[in-house]
Design a binder for this molecule. Structure first.
Ligand code: ADP
Ligand code: MG
Length: 306
């Protein structure tokens, strides 16, 4: 089957396109109407097989995951997803693989309300690049530089779940809740919009809580923070781990694709989110144990994930 027939079969879907789509896949380029009164938000992430996802990740999960990492960035900006472009590099044409990849990708795309409007297909080592566009009103955008001393630090999800999932995946325990979250990240499709215009700063946790918090603190002018380690939410699998091992995953695991944000101290937190600490004036990030003792977050002992 030639490239055009493959695109026709697996990536072009009948019916009217989504919001603002005048022309989707099939012409020389997509033709789109930007929503009036909103800013466009654009992001691009390339997922290379064997590097950003395991070589043996099944195609359904691969399709889901490669779109999820892009959607996560749109949500972290408070944006509503609109359109995406897909650049697919495949070592060979494998129709069974394409069918499952496309099914996984579109299942998430449909839930998120984002439309595939075009792309490209080439031959080479497996790689999936997705460029996603969303929209948000300028006064509702969520940025990394909006944290202020005194604000609550909160998360929507379980930091460490993705990191534990990667470990489970590599150990062949692929049915655990965390392994399933790692393979096909379970995004919160509504939180970003609920935070928009209200949170101080926001970022999605992709590289680990401490590292991503570090980006927020730096962008916000070099602030510090205290994390109450006992307040970090856990699932059963994380709860079953040895305490230091669990803390290492919670602080540095990565692959969570959930939001970390700051929130006014006097306002009730949005549903489904948990306070895990507080933003402070300039200074190091400190970890406060349940017994009240504090230590700097850069102390050795749990840095197993460089
Ligand atoms: P051109 O050589 O003009 O760039 P292509 O063969 O790359 O044409 O693409 C033809 C049409 O098919 C374009 O509208 C393009 O957006 C679409 N397309 C190509 N690859 C994909 C893909 N993987 N998913 C969705 N649309 C695609
Ligand atoms: Mg092209």
């Amino acid at each position: 089957m030639d490239e055009f027939s493959l695109i026709e079969r697996y990536f072009r879907r009948p019916g009217p396109g989504g919001e603002g789509v005048l022309l989707g896949p099939g012409d020389d380029a997509a033709l789109l109407t930007p929503p009036a009164g909103e800013q466009l938000v654009m992001t691009l992430d390339t997922s290379v097989g064997g590097r950003h996802f395991p070589d043996d990740l099944p195609p359904f999960e691969t399709g889901h995951r490669c779109l999820a990492v892009n959607l996560s960035d749109l949500y972290a900006m408070g944006a509503r997803p609109l359109w995406f472009l897909l650049s697919l590099t495949l070592p060979e044409v494998d129709e069974a693989w394409l069918a499952e990849f496309s099914r996984g990708m579109f299942a998430l795309a449909d839930r998120a309300g984002i439309d595939l409007v075009g792309g490209d297909m080439t031959r080479g080592p497996l790689s999936v690049a997705i460029q996603a566009t969303g929209a948000v009103r300028a006064d509702r955008v969520l940025r990394r530089d909006g944290a202020l001393p005194g604000q609550i630090l909160a998360v929507g999800g379980v930091p460490g779940l993705g990191g534990l999932g990667l470990r489970h995946w590599q150990a062949g325990q692929r049915d655990s809740a965390s392994a399933r979250h790692f393979a096909a990240p379970d995004l919160d499709l509504t939180l970003g919009r609920r935070l928009a215009g209200r949170a101080g700063a926001c970022i999605d946790i992709s590289d680990g809580l401490l590292q991503d918090l570090g980006h927020v603190l730096k962008a916000s002018g070099g602030l510090g923070a205290v994390i109450d380690t006992g307040a970090l939410p856990v699932n059963e699998e994380l709860a079953a781990l040895d305490a230091e091992d669990r803390l290492a995953l919670q602080l540095s695991g990565g692959d969570d694709y959930r939001l970390l944000f700051t929130w006014p101290a006097d306002d009730p937190l949005p549903e489904g989110t948990v306070a895990i600490g507080r933003i402070s004036g300039p200074g190091p990030v400190r970890l406060r144990a349940p017994d009240g003792s504090e230590r700097p977050a850069d102390s050795p002992g749990w840095r197993h994930f460089p």
